[in-house]
Design a protein around this ligand. Structure first.
Ligand code: ATP
Length: 234
C-alpha cells in the first residue's frame, strides 16, 4: 500500500533520513521505533509532504504520491503530527470540521469521531486548548481520520501523556487499524508500540537497522537492552 524507497532528507549537513526503505501493507500496523533524534519525525514529514525529500520515492497503491501536502491528503494519507497541533482557540467540533475539509459529508465524519471518542462529544463545545493532553491527542487522531485516510501516520502519540492514558490511546490506535486503516506509528515508547504493531523497524541515525514482527523485536536482546530499559516484556 505505502512503499518508501531509499528516502533521503538532510537539514543542511545533518542527514536526518538516510536511505530509508520499507513497505506498509494494506491493513497493517507498522511501528518505527527509535531514540530521540533518530529521524522519525523527519521521515513522517517527508511522507506527508511537509518536508521535500532530496532523493528517494514514495508510492501509495503503486503510484508515486503527489508533491503538495493537500494533494497527499486527498490521495489518502493523513498525518497526526508530533505535538498534536490542534487549534487551541477553536472548539473540539470546529477542529474536527477543519480536519474534514476534503470530504463532502463532514457531519458523518464528526459522528464517527464521536462514536469512537465519546469523550470528544461530551466536550464538543469546549475550546480545544482547555482539554487534557490525552484528550487533545484523541482530538488530533480524530481530526486526522476526518479525511477518511487509507494510511494514518501517527507521530509520537504517547508523548507527554499520562501513562494510564497512553494505554487508552494505544487501544484506540489498534481499533482504528482493525477497522481497516493502515497505520504507520512512530514512537519513542518502544514497548507500547511493539505491543500493538504487526511489524516494526528500528531507526538509528536516519537508517533502518532492524526489522521484524512486533513480537520478535520485543524479544530481541539488543532491542531490550537499547529500547526496553533492559526489561523483557510479557
Ligand atoms: P524526536 O523524537 O526528538 O522528535 P526524531 O527521531 O523524530 O526525534 P528528528 O526530529 O527527525 O528525529 O531529527 C533527526 C535529526 O535531524 C536530528 O539530528 C535533529 O537534531 C535534526 N533536526 C531535526 N529538525 C531539524 C531542523 N529543523 N533543523 C536542523 N536539524 C534538525
Amino acid at each position: 500500500m505505502l512503499k518508501v524507497e531509499n528516502l533521503c532528507f538532510a537539514y543542511g549537513k545533518i542527514r536526518a533520513v538516510n536511505g530509508v526503505s520499507f513497505e506498509l501493507k494494506k491493513g497493517e500496523l507498522l511501528a518505527i521505533i527509535g531514540a530521540n533524534g533518530a529521524g522519525k519525525s523527519s521521515l513522517m514529514k517527508c511522507i506527508a509532504g511537509v518536508l521535500k525529500a532530496q532523493s528517494g520515492d514514495i508510492y501509495l497503491n503503486n503510484k508515486k504520491i503527489p508533491s503538495s501536502t493537500h494533494k497527499i491528503v486527498r490521495s489518502g494519507i493523513a498525518l497526526v503530527p508530533e505535538g498534536r497541533w490542534i487549534f487551541p482557540n477553536l472548539t473540539v467540533e470546529e477542529n474536527l470540521f477543519m480536519g474534514g475539509y476534503i470530504v463532502k459529508d463532514r457531519k458523518a465524519g464528526i459522528n464517527r469521531s464521536y462514536r469512537m471518542f465519546p469523550r470528544l462529544e461530551e466536550r464538543k463545545t469546549q475550546r480545544a486548548g482547555t482539554l487534557s493532553g490525552g484528550e487533545q491527542q484523541m482530538l488530533a487522531i480524530a481530526r486526522g481520520l476526518m479525511s477518511n485516510p487509507q494510511v494514518l501516520l501517527l507521530d509520537e502519540p504517547s508523548l507527554g501523556i499520562a501513562p494510564l492514558i497512553v494505554n487508552d490511546i494505544m487501544s484506540i490506535i489498534k481499533e482504528i487499524n482493525e477497522e481497516g486503516v493502515s497505520v504507520l506509528l512512530v514512537e519513542q515508547n518502544a514497548r507500547k508500540a511493539l505491543g500493538i504493531a504487526h511489524y516494526a523497524c528500528v531507526l538509528e541515525r536516519g537508517s533502518i537497522v532492524k526489522t521484524g514482527t512486533g513480537r520478535e523485536l520485543a524479544q530481541d536482546e539488543s532491542i531490550i537492552a537499547a529500547y526496553l530499559g533492559g526489561v523483557k516484556g510479557k
